[in-house]
Design a protein around this ligand. Structure first.
Ligand SMILES: CC(C)(COP(=O)(O)OP(=O)(O)OC[C@H]1O[C@@H](n2cnc3c(N)ncnc32)[C@H](O)[C@@H]1OP(=O)(O)O)[C@@H](O)C(=O)NCCC(=O)NCCS
Length: 158
C-alpha cells in the first residue's frame, strides 16, 4: 500500500472527517504534534478551516495534510501530518512544496511554524526547504503528562 502513488490537492468538504481522523491518529503518538488525545473528531471535522488546507491522497484515502493559516499580517502558520505508514516516502516534501506554492500565490511573504526540538524528521524536512531556526520557545507547551516542552520557532521567507 505504501508504494502506491499519491496526489496532492486542495482539501474539500468531504475531507473534513478524514482530516480529523488523521489528526486523532497522529495525536495518539503523543510526540510530533501539539494536539493530544482525546480528539473530538466531530468537532474537529466541523471546525476545520479548508482554506489553505492541502491533502495527500492515495488509493482514494487521505494520507497526509498541510494547513497554512494565513494571517492578516502577511505570514502563514503551518501545521502538517503524514499517516505513519506513509512516512519517509516523499509525501511530506510534496505537501510542503505545494504549500509554499499556494502561499506565494496567496501573496504571503513568510511561513512560520513551531516544532518540538526532538522532532528530528520534521526539523530535517523544514531545513531541507530552507526554513531557518529563529528562536526557542521555552517550556511553551504543557503536555497532559504535566511536562513542559520547548518548541523551536522556524521561518521561511517566500
Ligand atoms: C514530519 C513529517 C511530516 C515528514 O513527512 P514524510 O512524508 O515522512 O517526509 P518525506 O518522506 O517527504 O521526507 C522529506 C525529508 O524530510 C526529512 N525526513 C523525513 N523523515 C525523516 C526521519 N525519520 N529522520 C530524519 N529526516 C527525515 C528528510 O530530510 C527527508 O528528505 P530525504 O528523503 O531527501 O532525506 C512526518 O514524519 C509526520 O507526519 N510526523 C508526525 C507529525 C509531525 O511531526 N508533524 C510536524 C509537526 S511540526
Amino acid at each position: 500500500m505504501s508504494d502506491a502513488p499519491f496526489a496532492i490537492r486542495e482539501a474539500r468538504d468531504e475531507d473534513r472527517r478524514p482530516l480529523a481522523l488523521l489528526i486523532a491518529e497522529v495525536a495518539d503518538e503523543r510526540d510530533g504534534i501539539a494536539t493530544e488525545p482525546p480528539v473530538d473528531v466531530d468537532a474537529r471535522a466541523a471546525s476545520w478551516n479548508l482554506h489553505g488546507s492541502l491533502v495527500a491522497v492515495a488509493n482514494g484515502e487521505l494520507v497526509g495534510n498541510i494547513h497554512v493559516e494565513a494571517t492578516r499580517f502577511g505570514f502563514g502558520e503551518i501545521g502538517m501530518a503524514v499517516a505513519r505508514p506513509w512516512r519517509g516516502r516523499g509525501v511530506g516534501a510534496a505537501l510542503l512544496t505545494a504549500a509554499i506554492e499556494w502561499s506565494r500565490e496567496a501573496g504571503l511573504h513568510k511561513l512560520s511554524l513551531a516544532v518540538f526540538p526532538h522532532n528530528e524528521a520534521a526539523i530535517a524536512l523544514y531545513r531541507k526547504f530552507d526554513f531557518v531556526e529563529e528562536g526557542r520557545l521555552v517550556k511553551q507547551f504543557r503536555r497532559s503528562s504535566g511536562e513542559l516542552w520547548d518548541a523551536v520557532q522556524m521561518g521561511l521567507l517566500l
